[in-house]
Design a protein around this ligand. Structure first.
Ligand code: DC
Length: 218
């Protein structure tokens, strides 16, 4: 079974998807971590994030997989915490916009899902491009203000609220307006707005939707 969850940066997709996966005994596929991992290698090698050919080469030759705890490995080494750093975050939109990068990563995502069987995937295009025939699709969103406030609280940096909000709005724009696989809500995705919902409530909503059509997973 494949459950796909898309939505903008900072809507809580990773936390929610991780929880849903563990409740259902499924694997968690963090597709954003894969684009971050490629971006990290690109920067480490001194490649310009705008160099489509070189970035695609990195995506093709880098082996990505996930440790049993769900964290990404890059050619066998742990990708955390480096893939969450500010430089990677600043450059990941540019690297993930290249067609050659997306082609390589999407192929890897499908291969991983085939191998893992039951998967909860989250990202920007998992409901539309990677797994268009997913058993369940969700689009999780929240306003930029709410996403920025939660992130600032979570990282305990209230003074950075404005900067975080500006970065979220910048990434929303880039992710939604890029030519390839822009962030859009799939017509058959269940929309969840998390402005008024905490993580438990979002997880509960997803699990009840899934369990309603797969009673044996309850
Ligand atoms: O979810 P995240 O913030 O870790 O994602 C990092 C970046 O990767 C995001 O700015 C856009 C890109 N991304 C993508 O292009 N397609 C996906 N399926 C997931 C993420």
């Amino acid at each position: 079974m494949i459950i796909a969850i898309d939505g903008p940066a900072g809507a809580g997709k990773s936390t929610v998807a991780r929880r849903v996966a563990s409740e259902l005994g499924a694997a968690f596929l963090d597709t954003g971590a894969m684009y971050r991992a490629i971006t990290l290698v690109v920067l480490e090698r001194g490649i310009h994030p705008g160099d489509a050919t070189a970035c695609a080469g990195v995506a093709q030759e880098t082996v990505l997989d996930f440790a049993p705890d769900g964290t990404i490995r890059i050619d066998g080494r742990p990708g955390e915490p480096d893939i969450r750093g500010e430089t990677v975050t600043r450059n990941v939109s540019a690297v993930s916009a290249h067609g050659g990068v997306r082609e390589a990563i999407v192929a890897e995502q499908r291969a991983l899902a085939r191998r893992l069987g039951n998967v909860v995937a989250e990202g920007r295009d998992t409901t539309t491009v990677v797994f268009p025939a997913a058993d369940h699709k969700f689009f999780l969103s929240a306003s930029p203000a709410v996403r920025a406030r939660r992130r600032a609280e979570q990282d305990n940096v209230p003074e950075r609220y404005e900067a975080i909000r500006a970065d979220i709005e910048r990434r929303d724009r880039l992710d939604a307006t890029r030519a390839l696989s822009p962030l859009v809500q799939a017509a058959d995705a269940v929309a969840i707005n998390a402005d008024q919902l905490d993580v438990d409530a979002v997880v509960g909503r997803i699990l009840s939707t899934v369990r309603a059509s797969h009673p044996s997973d309850a």
